[in-house]
Design a protein around this ligand. Sequence first.
Ligand SMILES: [Zn+2]
Length: 328
Amino acid sequence: MAEAYPWQDSLWQHLAGRSQHAHAYLLHGPQGIGKRALAERLMALLLCQHPVGLAACGQCKSCHLLAAGSHPDNYVLEPEEADKAIKVDQVRDLVSFVVQTAQLGGRKVVLIEPVESMNINAANALLKSLEEPSGNTVLLLVSHQPSRLLPTIKSRCVQQACPLPSRAMSLEWLAGALPDCTPEQREELLTLAAGSPLVAVSLQAQGVTEQRALVVDGVKKLLKQQASPTQLAEGWNAIPLLLLFDWFCDWSNLILRYQLTQDEEGLGLGDMRKVVQYLAQKSGQGKVLAVQDWILAQRQKVLSKANLNRVLLLEALLVSWAGLPGQA
Ligand SMILES: [Zn+2]
């Protein structure tokens, strides 16, 4: 049974409580807020033979088959490997499922996530199913980046935005989800997760708190010349490259902001505040901008999964970071 998150209450009433269901829904919003869980709940409800109010009963044949992963009338389409594309052949299989008759005599429900991982051929193949609705089939499309979808796909769905929960609500939920963390740690995790509570939980599971402490300590030693770029680059080999680039990118933003505003409220998380302030005072703005440009360009390469030499890239990052203090 998919988890019901408290910030989805009114969204759920709105979606599940419709008197008539659309042929296709597009659930979109930032990653890590439970869109998939919402889609799975809706799938269970739409398939259930005896719903209780707005919930699947959990007792009928359909609910049992769904729980066992052997329901003949549901179909989940996702990339075969994480972060890879959904292939056109996969969509063709889905299309032939959509035209079949429901085996249990009720609805058929299709869940696709993330929709943006379909390339243009795959998306075009899907369009057929969206254009020629088969009476009893409901498609649930989940997207973290709806701006990347074909307009023709979007226009054929009922679009449902799933907003980020408020910070207060996320923290309240995190208190239950991460009872062993201090309130400060939960605040920090939520900030690192850009406000997504489920991302905060997975960052915590990945040991991000410890990784962040290691990196912050390393940056401080680098600036005091107590550690070399090579040593640090090698010592950070377990930390995701994208996370490292995100942090350095964030710090360069904070430096530039402080140079412009001198606003001590805008120095970011406590662990780096003094360093950010120091670098803002000591570094020429042109230099910070140049380093930031470079970081953004490298971050793009990391995102596109280019074949990068990790240690060399980090060394280069740290050499330019260590060179920040000074004019020019
Ligand atoms: Zn049921």
